[in-house]
Design a protein around this ligand. Structure first.
Ligand SMILES: Nc1ncnc2c1ncn2[C@@H]1O[C@H](COP(=O)(O)OP(=O)(O)OP(=O)(O)O)[C@@H](O)[C@H]1O
Ligand SMILES: [Mg+2]
Length: 296
């Protein structure tokens, strides 16, 4: 893994002894389903002790859905997210994203797959320290072979969208935590990957900045019709999701539609946006095309 790859998709640690059981063929995705989790189990072995981090998790997430995985510390949220994103192998079970079996891929295949299909937002931002905000945001486009001029133009637009028009040349150490996370958001969405994962994206931020950052993440996801999976221990964060999946001790204890999702209206950006498109989002029922009618 290169340093850049490590920042974008950091490995959670050396792979365990356990290995995934693999079906022979890639499984096609069901109608409208972008991510499928089937019978996922993760057991860590530390010395003689076994820790069951995930019991038997099955889950389906639809394209364009904003799903929050909510649970207390140690409930298995990061383990689940890391396995879904192909950063860790399960002991048993399968993860299929956009019809491709992530759990059956080699490390090499995974690295390519993640670059093409997955965006990440991290609690600790994971920006390249020596690169400017502009360079950090443009990075995913390098992997996609986008020419430099176009990369810069698109990164500038994204930075303006997250209210950082005046911070393009700043390095991470020259920005506040909230600003760094906005760079992280712009980077996660710039290549419009099919799925964006966020692990405690506001864990290092104060409550005011948390609101700003969450509204921004959700606005981006809605704007690009992205599938967004947020894991958090914070019930306030869950308010932003269409769907809330609760984890307790590595098991799903509830999976509900969030009928009072916020924000319903698109707030203004802090800085001047690159273009003032729709000031209002459509009502949720219209814009989401009733996709939360059924749950997997
Ligand atoms: N590499 C590892 N080796 C052994 N046990 C682990 C490892 N990673 C996680 N665990 C254990 O698995 C369980 C789930 O951990 P996980 O990190 O997924 O929790 P979490 O819900 O993300 O918690 P937090 O909110 O504190 O980040 C915990 O009991 C933890 O101790
Ligand atoms: Mg965690």
């Amino acid at each position: 893994m290169t340093a850049v790859e490590e920042r974008l998709h950091p490995s959670p640690g050396p792979p365990g002894k356990d290995s995934a059981r693999r079906p022979k063929k890639a499984v096609a995705s069901d109608d409208g389903v972008i991510l499928q989790v089937r019978g996922l189990r993760k057991v860590y072995e530390v010395e003689d002790e076994k820790v069951v981090a995930l019991g038997k998790i099955s889950l389906q997430i639809k394209k364009g859905e904003i799903c929050c995985i909510l649970g207390t510390s140690g409930s298995g949220k990061s383990t689940l997210l890391n396995i879904m994103a192909g950063l860790e192998k399960p002991t048993r079970g399968h993860v299929i994203i956009a019809g491709r079996e992530v759990t059956a891929m080699s490390e090499k295949e995974l690295a390519v797959f993640r670059r093409q299909n997955i965006g990440f937002i991290f609690q600790s931002y994971n920006l390249m320290p020596q690169d400017t905000a502009l360079e950090n945001v443009a990075m995913p486009l390098v992997f996609k072979g986008v020419p430099k001029k176009e990369r810069e133009a698109r990164a500038k637009k994204m930075l303006a969208r997250v209210g950082l028009k005046g911070r393009m040349k700043h390095r991470p150490s020259q920005m506040s935590g909230g600003q760094q996370q906005r760079v992280g958001i712009a980077r996660a969405f710039i290549s419009q990957p099919p799925v964006v994962f966020a692990d405690e994206p506001t864990g290092n931020l104060d409550s005011h900045t948390t609101t700003e950052v969450m509204e921004m993440i959700v606005r981006m996801a809605r704007r690009y019709h992205e599938t967004l999976i947020i894991v958090t221990h914070d019930g306030d964060i869950a308010r932003y999701a269409d769907r809330i999946v609760r984890l307790v001790d590595g098991a799903i204890v509830s999976d509900t539609e969030n009928v009072s999702v916020v924000p319903r209206e698109e707030p203004e950006t802090v800085d001047q946006p690159a273009q003032t498109q729709s000031k209002r989002t459509k009502p949720l029922a219209d814009s989401k095309q009733g996709q939360n009618q059924t749950k997997g």
